[in-house]
Design a protein around this ligand. Structure first.
Ligand code: S3P
Length: 175
């Protein structure tokens, strides 16, 4: 591949993968590929509709197929929060560094996504509790894939951007 750095963003729902991804793409003059949007466009259905009609496993199949299609493109890729759940996906992510984990607490995330009807995994329950359960399972998986961990809650979006761009300026790490 060319020498273009193509960062991949991972993290729980509400961590800002799409919005930080948009800014990052602008700063790096790259396209942003939002994996959820990519899946929705291909399926011609919203995410809740895919979950309702086909179930979560079918959504995950679509997610793996989409990852395979987009990883390696010269773009910033914002993944869905569950993209790290499958071992196969984690291998794919690790083969396409740099992977950046936007790390945030369930409390921070719950404030941002409460009442969001586009996220079937948190629909109609105690959002913070649900996020705590997801964090317990997924944090080790994000960590396993990540080349850089950004403590999202401690920073404004501008500060987050500075930290990511600084990391990317030294990527790939030498020696
Ligand atoms: C999911 C996160 C969503 C979307 C789907 C499942 C998850 O993406 O892929 O609702 O399993 O955490 P965002 O992280 O962009 O909300």
């Amino acid at each position: 591949m060319s020498g273009v750095v193509a960062p991949v963003l991972v993290g729980l729902m509400g961590s800002g993968k799409s919005s930080i991804g948009r800014r990052l793409a602008r700063a790096l003059e790259l396209e942003l590929i939002d994996l959820d949007e990519y899946i929705v466009d291909k399926a011609g259905m919203s995410i809740p509709a895919i979950f309702a009609a086909e179930g979560e496993e079918a959504f995950r199949d679509r997610e793996t197929a989409a990852l395979r299609e987009v990883l390696g493109r010269p773009a910033v890729i914002a993944t869905g929060g569950g993209a790290v759940m499958r071992e196969e996906n984690r291998q794919l992510l690790k083969a396409h560094p740099p992977v950046i984990w936007l790390k945030a607490s369930p409390k921070f995330l719950a404030r941002r996504i409460k009442g969001d009807s586009n996220r079937p995994l948190i629909a109609g329950g105690d959002v913070r509790k649900r996020l705590r359960a997801l964090a317990k399972i997924r944090h080790p998986l994000y960590k396993e894939c990540a080349d850089f961990i950004l403590p999202r809650a401690d920073m404004s979006k501008d500060e987050a951007m500075v930290a990511i761009l600084e990391f990317l300026a030294n990527w790939p790490k030498r020696g």
